[in-house]
Structure formats: structure tokens, C-alpha cells
Design a protein around this ligand. Sequence first.
Ligand code: HSE
Length: 406
Amino acid sequence: MANIAVLGYGTVGSGVVEVLRTNRESINKRAGDEIHVKYVLDLREFEGDPVQEILVHDFNIILQDPEVDIVVEVMGGVEPAYTFTKEALLAGKSVCTSNKELVAKHGAELLAIAKEKHLNYLFEASVGGGIPIIRPLNSSLTADEITEITGILNGTTNYILTEMAEKGAAFEDVLKDAQDKGYAERNPEADVEGYDACRKIAILTSLVVGEQVDYEKIHTEGITKITEKDFQYAKALKASIKLLGTSKKIDGTFYSMVAPVMIGEQHPLISVNGVFNGIFVHGNVLDDVMFYGRGAGKLPTASAVVSDVVDAVKHKGCNIMTIWDERKNNLGKYEDLPNRFFVRIKDQNTQDLLSGIQEAFGEVSYVKVPEITGELAFLTKELREGDFAEKIAGFDDVYSVIRVDF
Ligand code: HSE
């Protein structure tokens, strides 16, 4: 029998217990052992829920029980999850988690402890919810040099942007509606400012480069400045706007960023809508591969966590090698990234402005939407981020700047 303890009985934790109950037979068969939830740790009481019988409030009970083989950490946040995870690994227990904050910040260190102790630290659910992406990067795609990984990594923002695109609604209205429906958190900052996607692309990039990529070093922009008018222009261009987390290898160096991007009909992520996530990977021998599915939610996320539990049971006493060293990776400077830009600017009705645009950005393509007046909108050619920032700073009344990929 493999005994597990679940830390946190929130959405994901209760999902893990439910998945283990619903698919008990097939899960046990695949694991080659019977998986038994011995404890659930939570500060709260759950009167009327059978979980109450195995509920504990003190982590030390789990830590000191030699029968617990695997700890499922689904508490979220860095502390106390970091301390609990470290203590569990040091006490000889494998850990499976959905905690992207913790994996992004301390993944390399926790993997090193797991390796040293012949245990496993597994985190399939930390990126893309139920979508398999960590395991494919770690095992299926090992023949390739990965040169690009670009994803719609946040379901909340993808839902908001999809609603804005389809209904012509304003960001604030869609956010409020998403909060009322329970899709968006009451404090939506981590999602709408791009921080959540930033941690996820940092995890994926760390796995691709095999070194620690600090998320604090990744240039991150959220979706709060995207307006209905931006979507009107996107529609005129047969494009849409998506929050992308991207890492690309250019001349031997990886460049990462998170920002809203206007993508065209041909882009592989154009049809990833609503709360779904999509991740595009390019390898030098495989070429393109796509991963698509539910990036959040109780059961999809629990499905990924339980798949890790099965792997941990199957690999008892044997570390699944994951190349993610604590050494810091030197990402390329974001200012050196080449990008095209969509710009909206107040129309001064002067030749000076048109000449100024041409002088700053060279030939640009103007975009017209008949219903929108009083502004100029144009697409630039490819420019270094740093050069673009310097040039656009010379203009007053810039309404919008969005990267373009088509
Ligand atoms: N807030 C996240 C999202 C949850 O909206 O994608 C899954 O990490």
C-alpha cells in the first residue's frame, strides 16, 4: 500500500481526493499498488464531509508518520509550502504539487534534495493545469533542442480576452462578470498583470535550458490596458489578442517575456479560447508540437497531480532524473528582442506627425477602422524592443502598444 497525505483541502486538494476515489481501480492498477489517502491537512474543519475522519491540523503528524510515502502539496503560495515540502523530502517522502509559485522559486533546490534522497519532486499540474507538458518536456521531447516554447498559460486572462473579442466588451466589465461566475479571483492581480503566466513560462524555460530561470528577470506585461478599440483593430486585421508567455532561442541565447500579442489566423494558438490553455513547442528535429486542454479547474488540475502520484508510486526508491540545475541561466536582455508593434496614437492631423512616425519607425502600415476617428493606428516593421521604447517615448498621446506576430 502507498499512503499519501494531502496538504490543503481547497479546490485542488478536494479534487485529488475525488479523482482517487472515482478512478480508484484503474489508478491502483496503473500504479501497481493501492493508493490510500491517510491524512488531509487543513486548518479548517469539514463537518459532514468524510474527509473529517482523516483531517489533521498539525503537519508534524504527517512528517513523523513513517507510513506516509508521498505528500501532495496543493496549498499554494511559497510559505509554509516550501518548509513543508523540504521537510517532507528530508524525511524520505516524495512530493507531488500544483504549486507554481513554489516550483518557480525553489524548484531546482527541491529537485536536488529529491535526487539526493532517491525520491521524487513532481509538478505536472504547476503549468497548464491538466495539460501534460512537464512530463513531455522531461521525457518525450528529449531528442530535441527546444528553440521555442510559447503558451497561453493563464485561463482567467484567456477567458477575459476571448469575451472581449467576441462580445466587444470592456476589460473591467468582463473581469467583473468573470469574478461573479467564479472564473476570476476576487484579487485578480496575479492573473491580469501576467505574474501567473510569468511563473509558468519561467518553469518551462528552466526545464528547457536545464538551469534556474528567475521569473523576476522576465519582462512581464498584463492585459489591463487592452481595450475594446484594440479588438476592433484586431478584427479588421483578422487577428486576435492573446496573453502569451514565450521563450525563444536566438543566436544561442534564450529570451523570455510575457505580454499581450496580436496574433493572426495562421498562428497555432489562435483557436485557443475561453479558459483553455495551449502550449506550442518547436524542436530542431521534431519541428512543431502543440499541447491543448484545460489549464485550470478542480478535476483537470487534480488529474495532473494524481498522475504524478502514480509516477511517484511506480518509482519508489528511484529518482526520475529532471535536468534543472540551481545555476542561474543568463536570459538575453529583453531590450534586444526583435518584435513588431501595433500602435494607436492621437491623430493631430498634421504632416509633422506622419513624418515623425516615418522618421522614427521607417515604413509602417496604417490600419483603418471606419467607426474609430481621431487616432492613427499602424503596424511597425521588426525593431529591437529597446529601440522601439526609445522612439515611442518621443510621441505624446499614445493610446496603445501591442506586439504583433503575423
Ligand atoms: N489562475 C490560474 C489561471 C489558475 O487562471 O490559469 C491555474 O494556474
